[in-house]
Design a protein around this ligand. Structure first.
Ligand SMILES: Cc1ncc(COP(=O)(O)O)c(C=O)c1O
Length: 201
């Protein structure tokens, strides 16, 4: 569609770099679009690479334009060398251990499956984040706190990050999670939601 209209396609690869596609090369690469002149990728260094900051990958003319015209780039302090170095080192790990992305996806799918078996509304992820829909923001916060109290940290997303009524917990599948850790996380999560509902009624 973008090509039909002579438009650039901008793909946010925040959840795809290091996770999706062979060796974690990302969604655009997986779709055969990497390196195309009319495709621009934004990647974050803060998720699978465990650093901070981001990068825009695209045609040199696009990059040149952003460097000279993007206010958010011009009026911002440059990337800290330590963050860039850490991201580069993580990329080296990714290249040396290309099996990790699939392992992270598998662990996320297992977390979602275990959450569903606990009766929770968990979507099966195409990447490394399992999302558990709670709905009410107070209930989501309560469940996240109960998980934390039991030693399991989960992300909690409420409006304005998500639409009203769609608050959710997010669990990230890491390649190095063990079977026991996945089982424990799901058990703690299931108990947190049930105990929270019981306390509220
Ligand atoms: C889809 C998506 N895009 C972009 C970002 C921004 O990443 P960063 O916080 O590294 O700027 C995030 C972070 O949560 C994200 O989930």
């Amino acid at each position: 569609v973008a090509r039909r209209h002579g438009a650039l396609l901008v793909v946010d690869e925040a959840h795809a770099l290091g996770v999706v596609g062979a060796g974690g090369r990302g969604a655009a690469w997986d779709a055969g679009l990497a390196g195309e002149p009319d495709v621009v990728l934004t990647v974050t260094l803060s998720k699978s690479l465990g650093a901070q900051g981001g990068a825009v990958l695209g045609d040199p003319a696009v990059v040149e334009h952003l460097v000279n015209a993007a206010r958010s780039f011009i009026f911002d302090t440059g990337l800290a060398p330590a963050a860039a170095g850490a991201a580069l080192a993580a990329l080296g790990v990714l290249q040396a251990e290309p099996e990790r992305p699939a392992m992270a996806r598998t662990r996320a799918a297992e977390l979602a499956g275990a959450a569903r078996r606990c009766g929770l509304d968990a979507s099966v992820p195409a990447a490394a984040v399992a999302s558990v829909r709670i709905g009410d923001p107070a209930a989501a916060l309560d469940a996240a706190q109960r998980c934390l109290d039991a030693g399991v940290r989960v992300g909690c997303f409420r409006p304005p990050s998500v639409p009203d009524g769609a608050s959710r917990l997010r669990l990230t599948g890491r390649a190095d999670l063990t079977d026991a850790e996945v089982a424990r996380a799901a058990e703690v999560l299931g108990r947190a939601v049930v105990d929270g509902a019981a306390a509220a009624s």
